[in-house]
Design a protein around this ligand. Structure first.
Ligand code: SF4
Length: 456
């Protein structure tokens, strides 16, 4: 098994290329600004956020009832409903359906759940070829990379990278970086896969308990193309995708894309209710640790997430470290509070990959207190002993120092003098903080001295 690097170590590879890091930062900030413009264009934005949060809170408190209601209604609509306790079971269920239909060619639209369950690699081991049909996902699939962002999977790549990847895999003209040309080439390439596929997999954005129907949002129409041409349609959903009533969709659909990309509405918000004549439709409802998270009172409301990625686009750490540094399917601030629930030890680094500035919580359309949860996870992780001994000792030392004002004042004086006269003692290769940072010039006097002088 490949050793998983922690966030800081993995980020080193990304930030080595300063120009790319700046470009990644600027691009995502541009998306954040588009989100702000779209949000400010809706006078009732804060009311919508409050409603979305309350609907999700209510749903989480009655999750068992709504899931059963959804199942009953979906079955009544002629849909096969399956329950999977974890990723392995999810993959086995899907594989069994494929075996029954002797399926070899599969198209899949964007689904972070299938990434979480490692479905593609599971099926590849069983000789089943899955073609990801979302443009960004197809690009990273060609490159054998995971998506680096839940809405913009290839955001870490420039058009030159895409051009080279397409040249290698679908024979586009070398060096032609024209986005129009590249997109058209991808479109022609994917069209054949849609036509030849036997089975289509989609994700689910919202599952409506009242009707047993579900909604899939895409900007490319690829989920519809797959589901409408294949004989079998499998929709995969984490159980938190449930909402009680169809009328609630209006709240979430208005929030989702404005928060994600700044668009007023997703290009395709497709409603699926039952299989068309001659088609078979399946829904796989997955737990994979969600029940455990629901039982953690400090972290349960992370399950309100509608995967818009606004928290990614605003996060200064995500923007400057890239999605792959998070070494998990769902990166960014929300990933850092979901993944310790799946494996606290393996993901103990993630809640520390944050400045705790709170910008994520401010933009979250369903009002998840993301930065508060990051802080609470840190406490859990320290309690469980999953932080490095050196960090733990340093924190104990700092706690002692801060509790002794006179010692603190003496140490601060020495520290200031060292920073002014011997900066190399602080800014050196052993200090990871300054690997990618400029050390500012230390002030001539401390704030305490200045304050005492000026506030007599
Ligand atoms: S936590 Fe909030 S902001 Fe982040 S992806 Fe989920 S819904 Fe969007």
């Amino acid at each position: 098994m490949t050793k998983v690097l922690d966030h800081a170590t993995a980020a080193e590879a990304f930030i080595k290329d300063e120009e790319r890091t700046n470009w990644h930062d600027d691009t995502l900030w541009f998306v954040r600004q588009k989100r702000d413009l779209a949000a400010h264009g809706v006078p009732e934005w804060e009311t919508l956020r409050a409603w979305a949060s309350q609907i999700k809170n209510h749903t989480l408190s009655k999750m068992d009832e709504y899931l059963v209601q959804f199942e009953e209604n979906a079955r009544a609509n002629g849909v096969h409903v399956h329950w999977a306790k974890d990723g392995d079971e999810h993959n086995r269920i899907i594989h069994d359906i494929m075996k029954k239909h002797e399926v070899r060619n599969v198209v899949k639209s964007k689904s972070m759940l299938t990434e979480e369950c490692h479905l593609n690699s599971y099926l590849a081991k069983h000789d089943i070829d899955v073609v990801d049909t979302d443009l960004g996902e197809r690009i990273v699939q060609f490159r054998k990379e995971p998506p680096s962002h839940i809405v913009l999977p290839a955001i870490h790549l420039k058009k030159q990278d895409v051009s080279e990847t397409f040249h290698q895999h679908i024979g586009t003209e070398k060096g032609n970086n024209d986005p129009q040309y590249l997109t058209e080439a991808a479109r022609q390439h994917l069209r054949n896969h849609f036509i030849e596929s036997d089975l289509a997999i989609t994700g689910v954005n919202f599952a409506v308990a009242e009707t047993g129907g579900f909604v899939v949002c895409t900007n490319e129409g690829n989920a519809d193309m797959g589901a409408h041409t294949a004989k079998v349609h499998i929709a995969c959903m984490g159980f938190e995708k449930i909402i009680p009533k169809a009328k609630h969709l209006g709240v979430f659909l208005r929030l989702l894309t404005r928060s994600a990309t700044g668009q007023p509405i997703t290009t395709y918000s497709s409603h699926f209710l039952k299989p068309r004549e001659g088609q078979e439709m399946h829904i796989v409802i997955v737990d994979n640790g969600r029940s455990r998270q629901l039982g953690r009172k400090d972290f349960r409301n992370s399950l309100k997430c509608i995967r818009c990625a606004a928290c990614f686009n605003t996060c200064p750490v995500y923007r400057r470290s890239g999605g792959h540094s998070y070494h998990t399917a769902v990166a960014g601030p929300i990933g850092s509070i979901l993944n310790p629930n799946l494996d606290m030890k393996a993901n103990a680094d993630l809640p520390f990959a944050s400045t705790l500035c709170g910008s994520c919580s401010n933009v979250c359309p369903v009002k998840i207190d993301i930065h508060e949860q990051l802080w609470k996870w840190r406490q859990e992780i320290v309690k469980e002993g999953y932080v490095a001994e050196s960090k733990s000792l340093a924190m104990k030392g700092a706690a002692w120092l801060f509790s002794k004002p006179s010692v603190y004042r003496a140490v601060a004086k020495v520290g200031l003098s060292v920073m002014r006269n011997m900066p190399f003692m602080v800014n050196n290769k052993l200090n990871a903080w300054y690997k990618q940072r400029e050390m500012p010039e230390a002030p001539k006097e401390s704030f305490r001295d200045w304050y005492n002088k000026n506030n007599k």
